[in-house]
Design a protein around this ligand. Structure first.
Ligand code: SF4
Ligand code: SF4
Length: 246
């Protein structure tokens, strides 16, 4: 495996250039009612942020927001055990203490990952599908800003140049996406390099331009009724604007 040459200063540059919000809507208010009042991607009960060890060094030099994550059950122990030697799992103090400039790359990019084709082309960004039943954004890809996609892609391109093992990680992860979606017999939705919708046929890897009807809608984000029921089950409160982007 190629040796990582990343430094904390590289991450400081990534942070400067990757600041665009995913969209102009506050999506946290849509998923928090399903997750005990905290946005899903800001709660280690739901998602554990993983950072490069050198990124953690940078964060520790800038803020006391972050600490090393302590696993609390079997699946979180597994997450930590499966990490590569240059990464670690971390935890912030929680959404109410968020410091925008000290968010990790994992925070800035959620719920997206760099999608690489079988030919190893970086054609766009896919979503971490295991969160599709809790992350409103994944059912509302049409509201993602082009600037966010462009900054995401530029950041990961720089990261891949500096650390080829990161590139390999996402080559493999994209292949897993194709395997999982092949099994599910579902297409993979991507946002292409200019923010356009692309649809991957998982068994062949072929890509075609997406149409409006191809934007994925996952339960419970399929209707106000489904959403209301899921919120009731989770003991949360329906946002005033319901499911609608607002
Ligand atoms: S990206 Fe998804 S999980 Fe994170 S705050 Fe938005 S809707 Fe919630
Ligand atoms: S730093 Fe902010 S965006 Fe990142 S997990 Fe914590 S609260 Fe969420």
């Amino acid at each position: 495996m190629a040796k990582a040459t990343l430094t904390p200063a590289d991450f400081a540059t990534f942070y400067e250039n990757f600041n665009a919000p995913v969209s102009r809507f506050d999506c946290g208010q849509k998923c928090a009612p399903l997750n005990g009042g905290s946005p899903v991607c800001c709660s280690t009960q739901a998602a554990v942020p993983v950072v490069h060890k050198v990124e953690f060094e940078l964060l520790k030099s800038r803020t006391d927001l972050w600490t090393k994550f302590k696993p609390y059950d079997f699946s979180t122990r597994q997450i930590v055990e499966e990490l590569t030697h240059d990464c670690c799992a971390v935890e912030c103090k929680g959404a109410q203490f968020c410091e925008r400039d000290n968010r990790s790359i994992a925070c800035r990019g959620f719920p997206f990952f760099p999608y690489l084709t079988r030919q190893r082309e970086f054609v766009g960004i896919g979503t971490y599908w295991t969160f599709e039943d809790r992350c409103w954004m994944m059912s509302n890809l049409e509201v993602v800003d082009r600037k966010f996609v462009e900054e995401f892609i530029a950041t990961y391109e720089s990261l891949f140049l500096k650390d080829p093992s990161e590139f390999k990680t996402y080559v493999d992860f994209s292949a897993s996406a194709r395997r999982v979606f092949s099994r599910w017999k579902r297409p993979i939705a991507l946002l292409g390099r200019q923010g356009e919708l692309l649809i991957v046929d998982p068994p062949t890897g072929a890509i075609r331009p997406g149409r409006k009807a191809d934007f994925p809608k996952n339960k419970p984000f399929t209707s106000d009724k489904d959403y209301r029921e899921a919120i009731k089950e989770a003991g949360g409160e329906m946002p005033k604007t319901g499911l609608r982007a607002a």
